[in-house]
Unconditional design. Structure first.
Lengths: 471, 975
């Protein structure tokens, strides 16, 4: 995959050294690789032109519902009766070598769990709407990550590496696949508040910068520079025509023109984006009824409802990777204290919008080709921090997946009786990444990029596809 | 698919996988090594498709054949040796994967069936190449055999070479050209004619200064027909301050430079922000402008804090500032795992020093021996010891909190000492003033009023109070926690509105009081007053206080604490013991105390033993006691003194984020010391201790021990030495790349096995030798390169020439390219006349600033800015070269961002003002200003259409025209 993204037909001619004999062949190739024939200039201008993965993909796109701070697995998806029995007792095995706050005593979940759906998967009373969709969801209770701090753990979750700059998962996927809608960014991040680790979480790092996530901070004004301040579209069109004429004269004398063509095309694309992008992001075009189902305008759910509805509109329009941060403020799920009050509040804020998203995708027939992923950088300790909080906990926690290629209504893996260590069918973050790439059509060991003399990949030297959760 | 011939192969490969076909052909042309081919194309097939049945390490070798090692297939299996290098048709492996009849067909159906066409083709190509297999027989250790190490080109001493002698070298202007010409001719290629003068001037001006030439400069050069006209242009540009601003930016890419972490000035955390980074950037600009020899430039950045000041001062600011190279790195800033931060710092430093100076990816040996280069984990931790023995942070910070970076003063020690004296003097003067003021306030607040002479004093049984005739109560006996009860009768006369409690010094008390303990302090936790109305049997009324003031309150123990509901809070007077104090309690407005009423005061003192009052007096007033500060001469003098000192101290001492000797205090390795190998890179699993030293493969087995200091001095000297085979080659290659777009080695930060080989190894060594002979002067190196015919070639060659050297590796032309983010923005400001030339100092926060882009912030946490959109370096790690992406958001910014539109307006104004005559002249003026040339007829036509047809207003038409020119390809591409 390494060189495909920037090879225009002319590039290929130049680089192959084989002259024009290959011309017809390269046409054939571009047809094979991008089903809709695009002009060569467009191809160079669009790093996002569709490219074929290694094998047939189950999923066309990803929606990652990211809960920054680390949601508590033992209070949401991983019920532990033992915690009720042993509430207040010390942890019955050695404390981790690396502690943040001093490890407290076991703390039973203040919330009740009950079985839902045909599958009978247990879900906390805090998430009634998600529970109603549980037969579409595969709950992974045996997640494992390597870092106890937000920065390192969130970096690992989003890029595979804890300390150094690496391309994020969305960057890898848009690099590998391009995107379906050339008039929209391929990788969109929606985060109303600043996220702790910032742009590193959606950075392209050493991949070309075209593949970094486009951050939407202001839900009302999602993309920068999208409107001509003069508002005079005819005048702009006239300018663009003049510009193109001058650029074509300039190009005429120059033998190497791939980049020049690309830049000419980029202005035309920009013009089209001005037209299409605002519509794609504009949730007010949804019926009031739909908005209501997501929870728009209900002060409790409004923000995440808007994010989820935006995600659905973008998914429909072919955006490849959409990452939503539940971020009314920084690290909203980091419940060191105030667990009993704050966790229900966060759950209320996201539960209805998430369920609406799943249901909506399903009714539109999009869930079959959209992979939905929920979780944070880690879970929280089954022990107490203070008397009303839980510490960071990467050693065993829960994430869930739904949609394309995922077996719904199943629980995969388990933590020990206390919810501390993942003990059965452990899914490391690298395994999660390998599985996502697999669903998107990639062998995670072969989606590589040569940088500074080394072939890098999302999973570094790790990762196994978790076949058990796939249909 | 059988019988693939050599000629058909390229077709075949390309059909299967675009990348393969293209890559393999290039590989033939430029000597890209076979390792790459094997690692990328062949090894994955072995792993995925063969090793489930043919793997010695997995213990399954069907047919006796192992394919997981090189020795495995060389040894063969029951059917013989499967590969005959160079002979695909004689290789059983090829027949098997082709599924040829009458033989084994591999992989079998059970193992996934036939390989894809491209995989089969890759195998065939591999056999044709001679079946290179980079899997070593030795499973552990680094990835090169001793022989490979001995022969690896970049580890060889730099050779003395002479330029090839060319008979037909009319084209060649300099010795450099002879190398280029020889390599071209060897490949039956030819060089190109010189670029025209206008193009050349534009090229070299952007190249050396990042700005376009001015109109006057174009004219002067066009009219200068002397032989050395170009030479003089180059020298002029090298002498201009803009040269350093341009070339510093190249180095800052390599140095992973950032101005800040946080782009938002309002939320930056002072303790760990890179507030002083700009000093390093300015130092780099100066170093380029003054042509500091590059070896010294290197030494400064690794160990500048250890260099003596050239002027004999006891501090060497430039040296300290230069080490910001090490401290402006990438690691986590806060949170709990402090040890990991320290090890990440060492790793960042090793990685950056390795890539930037040595062109080696040393960082790869952190967890295991380097997979490809002869660098072991032992080498890594030998170097790590050097960085662990230095520190970048003043303080690691509390668990979960952020750290404090070193801020080392950049002034002589005497000034630092004087500064300290001044700070102490200020503190002393302020204390004196405070003392004076509080005693003055006492005098004011205790003046006037009426003394209440108690009629009774009660305390705990084992202490005793004496009531003097002046109302003063003296307490002795036990000094444990206590509550005093004092009764008095309200006298006739003034209304009681304010009650005063004076705490009085007494020579009989341990430190003269007013408290009874050895501290002299006291704490009044609650001060209450009950009133029994005269002649009344009803219960006493508790007086509500509306405020409380005192002449002096100890920090955190204010007098308001004695009238609130909290039993712990209260009034104390530290550190001013041994003098008199007063508190004034204001009675709420609705309370009237008639004369003759019985007053019962309760003074609760329950903070601790020894914190009870020894001597006090109660009084009252009807008006609020004043607390004016009278300006006695002593006070005036003190105030003036403080102000003077404050003014002097208000200018902070310049400081740098310098590295200092000694391990990180509070870390695992707090001293100057050797460190153990960290197994798999983890500080929690430590192996054997390794003495600090340089990598063996380069510095040899017998290195002198590092006997004093961290070893950074030794490291700096070794890196920047004429004997080091890498450092000089690496920088010469970088400079070449910055001039031509690509280096002679096209992986400028990797001269190891996974890097590319030099296209012109002799030229590289010749340039490097000259460079060192001339004292590592970069300006001389520029001249040597720029004066060559090679540099001055045209980029415009006939289209049919291109396929012969599509990537221009043999330099038979100049490669045209897009200018960088900074140059685009600077050029725009330059032609619009808006560029603000103020140099140096902290970066501006917003890109709409009018200063050069070098002075607009790069923030590690923000990738959304203008520069990143145009492929500026990612400051998270050393950047060897920039990519060029062309995406629609760039065009959107050009079309709609107010900054660009505003430059277009300014440019239009400038055109209207400076060329006031007819449209054609003005269009010509615009073309000269922006592109250094006159417009052609067609261009004039287009321009006139834009200006005239589309708009009725003159200014709007010209603004549109200016906007189009700024957006045009000619403006951002350099021929």
């Amino acid at each position: 995959m390494q060189t495909q993204w920037h090879l225009s037909r002319r590039d290929m001619l130049r680089r192959s050294g084989c002259g024009f004999g290959l011309l017809a062949l390269s046409d054939l190739l571009s047809a094979e690789i991008s089903p809709s024939p695009t002009a060569e200039a467009d191809r160079a201008a669009h790093p996002f032109a569709i490219r074929a993965p290694h094998h047939a993909a189950r999923a066309k796109r990803v929606i990652f519902l990211y809960m920054p701070g680390g949601p508590s697995h033992v209070d949401l998806f991983d019920p532990k009766p033992r915690l009720i029995v042993d509430n207040g007792k010390p942890l019955p095995f050695p404390k981790p070598k690396l502690e943040r706050a001093k490890t407290g005593n076991l703390l039973a979940s203040p919330w009740k769990f009950s079985k839902h759906g045909e599958s009978g998967t247990e879900v906390s009373e805090l998430l009634p709407h998600t529970a109603a969709c549980i037969d579409d969801i595969c709950v992974i209770r045996s997640m494992l990550a390597d870092n106890i701090n937000h920065t390192g753990a969130a970096l690992q979750m989003c890029t595979g590496e804890q300390a150094f700059s690496r391309p994020s998962m969305g960057s890898w996927l848009t690099y590998g696949l391009g995107t379906e809608n050339q008039n929209l960014p391929g990788f969109v991040v929606v985060s109303p508040a600043a996220v702790f680790q910032g742009a590193q979480l959606w950075a392209s790092s050493f991949l070309p910068s075209a593949f970094q996530g486009t951050l939407v901070r202001d839900l009302k004004n999602p993309i920068a520079n999208l409107t001509d301040p003069s508002g005079n579209i005819e005048r702009q069109r006239a300018k663009l025509d003049g510009l193109r004429q001058l650029n074509e004269l300039h190009r005429r004398d120059r033998a190497i023109d791939g980049q020049l063509d690309a830049r000419i095309a980029s202005f035309e694309l920009a013009f089209r984006m001005q037209r299409d992008a605002p519509e794609a992001f504009d949730i007010s075009r949804e019926s009031l009824e739909t908005q209501k189902i997501y929870g728009v305008d209900d002060p409790v759910t409004d923000m995440f409802a808007r994010q989820c509805l935006m995600a659905r509109r973008l998914a429909e329009r072919g955006v490849r990777y959409i990452q939503l941060f539940d971020a009314p403020a920084n690290n909203a799920w980091d419940h060191h204290g105030g667990l009993r009050e704050a966790l229900p509040k966060r759950c209320k804020a996201v539960d209805q919008p998430i369920a609406a998203l799943l249901t909506d995708l399903k009714s539109l027939g999009l869930l079959d080709e959209t992979l939905v992923l929920w979780g944070g950088e880690f879970g929280r300790t089954p022990t107490a921090e203070g008397d009303n909080g839980r510490e960071h906990h990467p050693f065993g926690f829960t994430m869930w997946m739904a949609g394309a290629g995922i077996r719904g209504g199943m629980v995969h893996g388990a933590t020990d009786d206390f919810g501390w260590h993942s003990v059965r069918d452990i899914v490391h973050v690298h395994d999660l990444h390998a599985t996502i790439l697999h669903l998107m059509g990639f062998d995670h060991e072969r989606l590589t990029y040569r940088y500074a003399g080394r072939d890098y990949r999302l999973t570094d030297v790790h990762g196994h596809v978790v076949h058990e959760i796939l249909t | 698919m059988t019988g693939v011939t050599r000629n058909g192969l390229a077709f075949f490969l390309a059909f299967g996988c675009l990348a393969i076909g293209v890559e393999s052909e290039i590989a033939r042309a430029d000597g890209e090594n076979d390792t790459d081919f094997f690692e990328k194309r062949i090894r994955p097939i072995f792993v995925e498709r063969c090793e489930s049945c043919h793997s010695a390490s997995k213990g399954k070798t069907n047919g006796g054949l192992a394919l997981d090692t090189r020795d495995g297939w060389k040894k063969g299996g029951e059917s013989g040796i499967p590969v005959v290098p160079g002979e695909p048709d004689k290789s059983l492996l090829i027949h098997a994967v082709r599924y040829d009849a009458d033989g084994p067909q591999m992989p079998p159906k059970e193992a996934g069936g036939r390989l894809t066409a491209s995989e089969i083709a890759a195998f065939t190509e591999w056999v044709i190449r001679g079946a290179p297999d980079s899997r070593t027989a030795v499973p552990r250790g680094h990835g090169m055999t001793p022989e490979e190490v001995r022969n690896w080109w970049s580890f060889q001493k730099i050779r003395a070479v002479s330029p090839p002698v060319e008979a037909s070298s009319k084209w060649a202007r300099t010795d450099l050209d002879r190398f280029i010409l020889a390599a071209l001719e060897q490949r039956k290629l030819s060089p190109s004619v010189p670029a025209d003068k206008r193009t050349l001037l534009r090229r070299v001006t952007f190249d050396l200064t990042g700005l376009p030439p001015t109109l006057a400069e174009v004219e002067a050069f066009m009219n200068d027909s002397a032989d050395d006209a170009f030479e003089r242009v180059v020298n002029r540009l090298l002498d201009s301050p803009a040269y350093g601003q341009r070339w510093a930016r190249h180095w800052l890419d390599v140095a992973r430079y950032a101005d800040y972490y946080d782009a938002n000035p309002k939320t930056r955390t002072a303790s760990c922000e890179l507030t002083e980074a700009w000093r390093y950037r300015d130092w780099v600009v100066e170093a380029f402008n003054h042509d500091i020899p590059f070896d010294q430039f290197v030494q400064h950045q690794i160990a500048g804090d250890l260099l003596p000041s050239p002027t004999g001062e006891d501090v060497y600011p430039a040296g300290l500032i230069a080490t910001t190279f090490l401290s402006n790195g990438v690691w986590d800033r806060g949170d709990a795992d402090k040890e990991k931060i320290i090890s990440d710092m060492a790793d960042d430093n090793i990685d950056t020093v390795g890539k930037a100076f040595l062109g080696l990816t040393l960082g790869c040996a952190r967890c295991h021996d380097h997979k490809f280069d002869p660098i072991t984990t032992e080498d890594y931790y030998a170097l790590a010891g050097i960085f662990y023995s230095s520190h970048i942070l003043k303080d690691l910070g509390a668990k979960g909190a952020e750290y404090d970076m070193n801020r080392t003063p950049l002034v002589p020690k005497s000034i630092v000492a004087r500064r300290k004296e001044q700070e102490e003097a200020l503190k002393a003067a302020q204390a004196k003033l405070e003392l004076l003021d509080q005693s003055q306030r006492y005098v004011d607040m205790a003046a006037g009023g009426t003394i209440l002479v108690p009629i009774q004093f009660l305390s705990s049984p084992d202490s005793r109070g004496t009531i003097g005739p002046d109302g003063v109560v003296t307490v002795d006996g036990s000094s444990r926690q206590d509550s005093y009860t004092i009764k008095a009768i309200a006298p006739a006369g003034d209304e009681i509105r304010f009650v005063r409690l004076e705490a009085l010094r007494d020579s009989q008390l341990p430190v003269q009081g007013p408290g009874r303990g050895v501290t002299g302090n006291f704490m009044i936790n609650r001060f209450t007053l009950f009133v029994n109305m005269p002649e009344s049997e009803s219960a006493p009324t508790s007086v509500k206080w509306s405020s409380a003031k005192a002449n002096w309150e100890q920090k955190g123990f204010v007098v308001a604490g004695s009238i609130d509901d909290k039993p712990q809070s209260g009034w104390s007077i530290g550190p001013y013991v041994g003098c008199d104090h007063v508190a004034v309690f204001e009675i709420a407005a609705d309370m009237k105390i008639p004369s003759g009423a019985l007053l019962t005061f309760i003074i609760d003192q329950n903070h601790a033993d020894e914190m009870t009052l020894g001597k006090f007096r109660l009084s009252y007033t009807s008006v609020a006691p004043t607390n004016s500060i009278s300006n006695v001469p002593e006070r005036t003098e003190l105030v003036a003194g403080c102000e003077r000192l404050k003014v002097e101290l208000s200018v902070p001492l310049p400081v740098a984020m310098a590295v200092e000797e000694g391990g990180m205090p509070g870390g695992l390795f707090p001293k100057i010391q050797d460190v153990p190998i960290h197994l798999r890179g983890s500080y929690a699993r430590l192996g054997a201790v390794v003495p600090r030293r340089m990598p063996r493969v380069l510095a040899g087995d017998n290195q002198p021990a590092i006997s004093s200091g961290s070893g950074r001095r030794e490291l700096a000297n070794w890196v920047a030495s004429n004997d080091n085979p890498l450092t000089a080659r690496v920088i010469v290659n970088r400079v070449w790349q910055w001039h031509f777009g690509e280096g002679l080695v096209r992986t400028p930060s990797n001269f190891g096995k996974m890097g590319e080989l030099p296209t012109h190894p002799e030229l590289l060594d010749w340039l490097t030798t000259k460079f060192m002979d001339e004292g590592w002067s970069l300006k001389n190196l520029h001249r040597r390169i720029l004066f060559s015919a090679t540099y001055q070639q045209t980029s415009q060659v006939p289209r049919e020439m291109l396929p012969q050297d599509p990537e221009n590796r043999w330099l038979g032309r100049f490669s045209s390219r897009r200018i960088e983010a900074e140059a685009i923005r600077d050029a725009m400001l330059f032609v619009s006349g808006q560029l603000n030339s103020i140099a140096g100092g902290p970066a501006d926060d917003d890109f709409t600033s009018l200063r050069r882009s070098l002075y607009v912030q790069t923030a590690r946490w923000d990738r959304s800015g203008y520069a990143m959109l145009f492929d500026a370096a990612n400051p998270d790690s050393s950047t060897e070269r920039r990519m060029v992406s062309t995406v629609a958001p760039q065009a959107l910014l050009f079309l709609n961002h107010d900054f660009i539109l505003s430059q277009a307006r300014q440019l239009a104004q400038r055109l209207l003002a400076e060329s006031p005559y007819d449209d054609v002249t003005r269009i010509q003026y615009a073309y000269q200003l922006l592109f250094g040339r006159f417009p052609r007829g067609e261009e004039l036509e287009i321009a006139r259409r834009i200006i005239i047809t589309h708009n009725t207003e003159v200014e709007a038409g010209w603004t549109d025209f200016a906007h189009i020119l700024l957006c045009s390809n000619e403006f951002v591409y350099l021929d």
